[in-house]
Design a protein around this ligand. Structure first.
Ligand SMILES: [Fe+2]
Length: 291
């Protein structure tokens, strides 16, 4: 069911439309690229270029419009369009978010939060199975960036994700920046979260930039917004090193979606991710035993 193409371990870069022509023309040295299929579905020229790029780069497909958290049914027309692109690209990974973004046929430009309870768990598990069947591939589910919780939640996000893995066999895309900013916003320990994830289910890691803002609900307090519009922050690099020690080397993506810089800046962030991972995995220096 899964792609036979090689799954890369080093750090890749999100391929956004402003860089597609440059990447196809210059073939920069990067082990893999990730795309949002929704950016390409209505853009035949970009899709043509993407199919050229895939000859040289393993491609990962990261859906933003497949709403596994919606109360209503999965939009099968959209899923079929994504499937068509997936069949053409033959990606190494296909992923999406633990969130909802559609209601009654309306698409919202946001990834919205879910209450973590048994009813939502059953709904999301059924939708993940539908998506995996519809795409004919395993689906990696990404932990969200959180700003609010629900009083009705009966379990933590971590318990919810672990249970989804258990029920559906889906894999997880652990966005390290989302773990860091959600922990800050919601008041828990990001290291506790990383240490609670099932190692065998981790298929990919994300790193993205966030933007601090004053919390309107609590003047003087700071909230971190998942803008994907900045370099990776130092505490996220530290958390990434910890995650790599726990999960081992995994395909890691630099995500940058707003105020997109030159491709060289993205490559520099990917290089830094490789260096941080290599240092995290290097054996501890041996100390001479006095004797
Ligand atoms: Fe992400």
């Amino acid at each position: 069911m899964s792609s036979n193409r090689w799954v890369p371990i080093g750090a890749g870069v999100g391929l956004r439309l402003p860089h597609v022509v440059e990447v196809v023309a210059t073939r920069p040295s990067v082990p893999w690229l990730e795309i949002h299929p929704e950016n390409f579905l209505a853009n035949p020229h970009a899709t043509e270029l993407l199919l050229e790029a895939r000859r040289d780069y393993p491609i990962s497909v990261h859906t933003v419009g497949v709403s596994v958290g919606s109360v209503g049914r999965i939009d099968h027309a959209h899923l079929r369009r994504v499937r068509t692109l997936v069949d053409m690209v033959d990606p190494v990974l296909v992923s999406g978010h633990l969130a909802w973004s559609t209601h009654d046929g309306q698409y919202l430009n946001d990834l919205l939060p879910l209450p973590y309870d048994e009813e939502t768990l059953r709904l999301v598990a059924a939708h993940i199975e539908e998506v995996q069947d519809g795409l004919g591939r395993p689906y990696l589910l990404e932990n969200p960036s959180s700003y609010v919780g629900f009083d009705t939640s009966t379990m933590s996000e971590l318990e919810f994700l672990c249970e989804l893995v258990h029920r559906t066999g889906c894999l997880l895309l652990c966005d390290i920046s989302n773990v860091y900013l959600s922990a800050h916003n919601m008041g828990y320990d990001p290291y506790w979260y990383i240490d609670g994830l099932p190692v065998e289910a981790i298929g990919e890691l994300h790193l993205g930039g966030f933007t601090p803002e004053e919390d309107e609900a609590e003047p003087g307090a700071e909230i971190l917004i998942d803008t994907h519009a900045a370099c990776i922050a130092d505490p996220v690099w530290k958390l990434y090193a910890h995650a790599v020690r726990r999960f081992g080397a995994k395909p890691t993506l630099i995500e940058w979606d707003n105020d997109i810089p030159s491709f060289a800046v993205l490559l520099a962030e990917a290089k830094r991710a490789d260096e941080v991972a290599a240092r995290a995995l290097a054996p501890e220096p041996r100390h001479a035993v006095a004797g």
